[in-house]
Design a protein around this ligand. Structure first.
Ligand code: NDP
Length: 483
């Protein structure tokens, strides 16, 4: 497959190059080889993108929702037809196994395009009768949106931000992570092929500075970031300067609670998916697995047996179920946490080492006897490192589960119906799971509480974050005034 894109950026309906920007080498995580080079956006490229987005937006907003939605739904169909090639590209960009990318990336991007394409025609304001007078509200677009992505789901993030933005009549400029710059360009290409007018979906490459220059531009009306809490703080502050709308999808250190009555196999499936899918590089992962003391050893024994069946290897092989990490740097961060875990007294019960082969592979890793104060229990690792903590009572585990700055997700495994709902109600987290983990269908709101974010992606809730209401008061009779 050709991994070198036609050019680095996609602006005003076409590929654009400017080799004056800093070169960014794209590395295939499974081998460490350079598979493409793109150039960070220069100020001229950023200017071009903002001008194109600004110029195109009003005509797009003036189209009917049905017309806008039709284009998005056509793009969804094209993405599904090309799922194989898009999945291979996603695997090159991120290193995630084809077994995952073929079912979770372009497919989920297509779901977002289809869902918001379907909603576009039914976006309305409302009529509020006030005696003889009345008020009506118009749901209007925000204008130019900027999307900034993390590297773990480059196609999905490009669509989760682009689809609602476009459905509401906005234009968007998307800056992918410098680690995974390839996939968003394909999303832009497909949207134009589906009939999207030029200038509405633009992609510019670059590091944090390029993101920062977009966020601070007064012509930008909204910023949606998927990234870490420290970056979120900076981007939120920069956006506040211009009183811009924001969506912040940030990090997590989510709890998963396994009660003594849980179906152990299901709970282990949840713990595996919530810690090792995408080599652990998922924001909502349940990395603090609280297991009731009575079943802890049985849980650990069976977990190890199931981890032994992971197929670790070439991510392009459809049998591979566990691939490399996205970069050497990210692997070193995760391995650093393994050392911290050992030094702080946790018991390493599985994995814990880099794998001796090309690329950025480390073993799925499990620590037991983890306590709440340890670094591995407090900090987001963003790698395949699971911490298992013991507990005895529901009240105790709820207090400990919530004792974190984060609030992205949380899960509970139990057969007790009342307890399941009580625990879900008690979690301080934006997305909660009962007897499952990490499902993220486009129909359901997704986002964080506490430091994990602001706003919601997906579902009808996302519409509120990509549109604004204008209130129009209509007086039917004469106006009264005091003098
Ligand atoms: P980072 O926070 O490092 O970067 C996120 C994006 O922001 C990148 O495109 C980055 O550019 C850009 N950026 C960095 N600094 C600035 C700045 N000052 N102004 C504007 N943009 C900036 O996150 P990672 O890419 O390392 O992704 C991992 C993080 O993302 C984890 O914390 C994870 O939890 C979170 N995440 C959250 C999700 C959610 O939905 N809640 C989903 C997926 C991940 P560059 O990297 O190119 O320098």
């Amino acid at each position: 497959m050709q991994t070198q894109p036609t050019a680095s950026h996609f602006i005003n309906g076409e590929y654009v190059e400017d080799t004056n920007g800093t070169p960014i080498e794209v590395i295939y995580p499974a081998t460490g080889e350079v598979i493409a080079t793109v150039y960070a956006a220069t100020p001229e490229i950023v200017e071009k993108a903002i001008t194109a987005a600004r110029d195109a937006q009003a005509a797009w907003a003036a189209m009917t929702g049905t017309e806008r939605g039709r284009i998005l739904r056509r793009a969804a169909d094209i993405m599904r037809e090309r799922n194989h090639d898009l999945s291979i590209l996603e695997t090159y960009d991120t290193g995630k196994p084809y077994q995952e990318t073929s079912v979770a990336d372009a497919t989920s991007g297509a779901d977002a395009l289809e869902y918001f394409g379907g909603l576009a025609a039914s976006l309305t304001g409302e009529h509020i009768q006030l005696g003889e007078d009345w008020v009506y509200t118009r749901r209007e677009p925000l204008g130019v949106c900027v999307g900034i992505g993390a590297w773990n789901y480059p196609t999905q993030i490009a669509c989760w931000k682009g689809a609602p933005a476009l459905a509401c009549g906005n234009s968007i400029i998307f800056k992918p992570s410098e680690t995974t710059p390839l996939c968003a360009l394909k999303v832009a290409e497909i949207l134009v092929e589906a009939g999207l007018p030029a200038g509405l979906y633009n992609v510019v490459q670059g590091m944090g500075e390029v993101g920062a220059s977009l966020v601070t531009d007064p012509r930008v009306d909204k910023v949606s970031l998927t990234g870490s809490v420290p970056t979120g703080r900076k981007v939120y502050a920069a956006a506040a300067e211009g009183i811009k709308h924001v969506t912040m999808e940030l990090g997590g250190k989510s709890p998963m609670i396994v009660f003594e009555d849980a179906d152990i196999e299901n709970a282990i499936s949840g713990a595996i998916l919530g810690n090792f899918y995408s080599s652990g590089q998922i924001c909502s992962n349940g990395t603090r697995v609280f297991v009731h003391r009575d079943i802890k050893e049985a849980f650990l024994k069976r977990l190890a047996e199931r981890l032994d069946t992971a197929v670790i290897g070439d991510p392009m092989d459809p049998d591979t179920s566990f691939g490399p990490m996205v970069s050497k740097r990210q692997m070193e961060i995760a391995l650093g946490y393994v050392e911290k875990g050992k030094a702080e007294g946790a018991r390493l019960v599985y994995g814990g080492a880099a794998i001796d082969r090309d690329g950025f592979y480390m073993q799925p890793t499990v620590f037991a006897d983890v306590t709440d104060d340890m670094s591995i229990a407090r900090e987001e690792i963003f790698g395949p490192v699971m911490s298992v903590l013991d507990f005895e009572t529901e009240a105790e585990v709820m207090a400990r589960a919530n004792a974190t700055e984060f609030g992205l997700a949380a899960g509970v495994f139990t057969k007790d119906l009342s307890r399941a709902h009580r625990v879900a109600a008690g979690f301080e987290a934006g997305t909660c799971y009962i007897n499952t983990y990490n499902d993220a269908p486009v129909e359901a709101p997704f986002g964080g509480m506490k430091n994990s974010g602001v706003g919601r992606e997906n579902s009808k809730a996302a519409i509120d974050h990509y549109s604004q209401l204008k209130t129009v008061y209509v007086r039917m009779g004469d106006m009264e005034a005091p003098f």
